[in-house]
Ligand binder design. Structure first.
Ligand SMILES: [Zn+2]
Length: 248
């Protein structure tokens, strides 16, 4: 059965906007509902197999195009609102003004979440954790900043988050703190490319900014995350005709 029951019911009711219905389809990071099978789970997930601009990617430093990219300016003045364990990731929703400005315009942070191991790789190297800061502009377009972590000192910015994180999939707790200072206010050293959501429905047209200077996280913090969520990374996707720009 290709279409989910929910999608069929909604279609029979004439309900528009099936994109969200796809979220009800059960998918995972391994086995019969894992990344190699996402496109088979729903018609809405077709881009996971047919898309030519999928994320994540392995960034090959010899093949990037050096460019005079303007800095990414982050003005995060709002706060976090809640933490959700959705079974796929630990997601922190935010409120207030948390803006990202590039020459592509201004976007507002909607949420950030994590993947372990990292989804993006650099010269084939994977990292223990990657955070995705998801921003949206007024047209609904997305700009995502991918921040890589390496093993080292405990990350103080994430201590309170792992303390409150819900243990069970589907649970949400309120969490009101300043947005953690994991990113610099002006980011000058980054990779930029055009990609997709790294989870179903794998929608394309996202602006990706990957920061190659890893911040640290302790082994214990990684173990806590894996204990809560499990491994949650999609593997690198073909680069195809895309170029990756490198600003520094
Ligand atoms: Zn993500």
């Amino acid at each position: 059965m290709k279409k989910s029951l929910t999608a069929l019911v909604l279609a029979s009711l004439g309900v528009q906007g099936l994109a969200w219905a796809g979220e009800a389809v059960h998918w995972t990071y391994s086995g019969a509902t894992g990344p190699d099978h996402w496109a088979e789970l729903s018609d809405e997930f077709e881009a996971c197999r047919l898309g030519k601009n999928q994320s994540p990617i392995n960034i090959v430093s010899d093949e990037v195009v050096e460019s005079a990219l303007p800095p990414i300016n982050l003005d995060y003045t709002g706060s976090t609102a809640s933490v959700i364990n959705n079974g796929h990731t630990l997601q922190v929703n935010v409120s207030g003004k948390n803006s990202l400005t590039t020459h592509g315009g201004t976007f507002q942070l909607t949420q950030f979440h994590f993947h372990s191991p990292s989804e993006h790789q650099i010269d084939g190297e994977s990292f223990p954790l990657e955070a995705h800061f998801v921003h949206q502009n007024e047209k609904g377009e997305l700009a995502v900043v991918g921040l890589l972590f390496r093993l080292g000192e405990e990350n103080q910015n994430l201590v309170s988050l792992t303390e409150v994180a819900p243990q069970k999939s589907g649970e949400q707790v309120s969490y009101s703190r300043p947005v953690p200072k994991l990113l610099n206010r002006d980011i000058t050293h980054y990779y930029r490319y055009s990609g997709s959501l790294t989870t179903p429905p794998c929608t394309e047209g996202l602006r990706w900014f990957v920061i190659p200077v890893p911040v640290t996280i302790s082994e214990e913090q990684i173990a806590t995350y894996i204990g809560l969520i499990g491994a949650d990374a999609r593997g690198p996707q073909p680069i195809n005709a895309r170029i990756v720009l490198h600003g520094k």
